[in-house]
Design a protein around this ligand. Sequence first.
Ligand code: ZN
Length: 466
Amino acid sequence: MKTMLIVFGLFVATTTAAVQAQTALSAPDWNSYQDMAVDLMRQYLRINTSNPPGHEIETAKFLKRIFDREGITSEIFEYKPARANIIARIKGNGLKRPIILLSHMDVVTADASAWRADPFAAEIIAGSIYGRGALDMKSEGLLHLMTMIILAREKPLLARDVIFIATADEEVKDEGSIWFIANHAELFKNAEYVITEGGDNLLDPAGKVKYVGVDVAEKAPFWLQLIARGQPGHGSRPIADSAPNRLARAMARIVNYETPIKLLPAVEKFFHDIALLQSEPWRSKFAEIRQSLNDPSFARELLNDREYNYMLRNTISLTMLSGSKQTNVIPNEASCNIDVRLLPGTDPQDFLAELKKVIDDPTIEFKMVNTFKPPNSSSIDSELFQVISEVTRANHPEALVTTKMLSGYTESQLYRQLGITCYGWAPIYTTAEENEGVHGNNERITVKNVREGTREMYTVVSRVAH
Ligand SMILES: [Zn+2]
């Protein structure tokens, strides 16, 4: 009897443990993962990786400590002093090609005096965590990190390797990814997918997700410097064709120049999809955008909206200016920089020729100030796009899932060249006002986004990697 009882007792205990293990497998303890996510988000934001100088080695070490603790293989590549990338991997059974979770660890600088809170303290105010990088893009990096942790602990069946990559220097010269692709592409080039920044998900002020825009294409920066030269002199005796005067005339022509409208298929789809969110008359106009743009007054109204203008044309922003260092000195040289963003499919040399015609002053010199990378795009006909759509619809039944062309540049552009389908997407939902924090002041993310995003990112990645 006694023996029997012990055996029986053991049996019960084993069964209970098995049941518990099973429960853990099918239902992760979300609450504790979400607490961990908020805590790690704050720790990550407190590491100052303002670029310049970047100093991403600190965040790389922070991430490596976590990967080591979780038993996840990872490696840091310090490609120059204090500048580093990190890669981590959870192996799948190889039936499908890997998926990469890509983020950059550097952030743009912050002017603390203009902020409500210290940009590197990760203070929580009224439900939001304040910090440089809270949206761009330590938050998405954190959701990737949490996905790795949860995969390592819950051990779901994986048909793909899940690869975590966090890079340095995206905000300045993209050295991190460029170096990584040039020197260690063998670690990830067979991947099928990249998930990274660039998605645009709009939350209305009442807290409802209006749309989820997956970034499948970006515009290409084509930065130019215009230089005017002329006779120098004293400010008291004006020179009609001085360098600053020539430059001012050229700038005035640029400012008044309206680049032609070009409607790309992905943009046409975007307008068609979001038509439902508009009230009339825009609802009907958006649904038939190609035709509607023939109406000059509608086209004018649309182009006056910064959110839509950039999708429909090549754009030019006047940014840097320089001339004399003294008020009474006419300099022999004056220059300005313009930030030109070209639509996919535009040849930069054609655009330059067009611009020269507009300026109509052959003495103005043009210099390219960045390395032009031809814009590219990814098809939406993929398992990953399907899974993102399904998971989004399940969590936000009223949200539209659409494609979005980004005005800015992302690293997708580099990884697409390896034949990888790259999407800008994250389950982070922000209001238009919160978006002002990206490269602006008071960048913040709601605690709710960190908590719920942890679950949503994991759901998408584990499902597509299954
Ligand atoms: Zn970014």
